[in-house]
Write a protein that binds this ligand. Structure first.
Ligand SMILES: [Zn+2]
Length: 165
């Protein structure tokens, strides 16, 4: 268990570390799922078999010790023995086909508060278009959250008076 403590620091219980490559300002942490198979997303069967790993992909994660960090995750092909669907392993910390973990996306969105997209793009070495997309999505989510909260506050308030002008 040479990576036990880093595994704990990483705090992603569904995976374990199999290798770490460290370069001057960059680290690649190679991972594998703890479980051997994953339930079928279509029929929820547990009767699933692995069909191999055609490739691995690098997903940008939160920086550590002033090094940018990529998680190298295997794209594990699975086949359901009940409904015969085939699917790829889904990791809870990254959305399908995304190049950044959810934690890193949240971090990027926070970086843009009070800073420009250009500055954040330069500082985090992430393309301008990516920061812009993440920032817009975050603003949209935040505005929906606030509207919902304001509505709830109004509903829960007693003696609510509607003013008609
Ligand atoms: Zn199935």
């Amino acid at each position: 268990m040479p990576y036990q403590y880093i595994n704990e620091l990483l705090d992603l219980p569904e995976i374990k570390i199999v290798n770490i490559e460290i370069e001057e300002d960059h680290a690649i942490i190679e991972l594998t799922p703890v479980n051997h198979t994953q339930d079928c997303p279509y029929c929820h069967s547990t009767f699933v078999k692995r069909n191999g790993i055609p490739y691995k992909r690098d997903i940008r994660h939160l920086a550590a010790f002033e090094k940018s960090v990529d998680l190298r995750i295997p794209a594990i092909c699975l086949a359901c023995n009940d409904c015969y669907s085939t699917f790829t392993w889904e990791y809870s910390f990254v959305e399908p086909k995304k190049r950044y973990t959810k934690a890193f996306s949240t971090h990027l969105a926070r970086q843009t508060y009070g800073a420009t997209v250009t500055y954040t793009s330069m500082e985090e070495q992430v393309p301008y278009s990516t920061i812009e997309r993440i920032s817009k999505r975050n603003l949209h989510e935040k505005s929906e959250e606030i509207q919902e909260q304001v509505y709830q506050d109004a509903v829960e308030r007693e003696n609510l008076v509607l003013g008609i002008l």
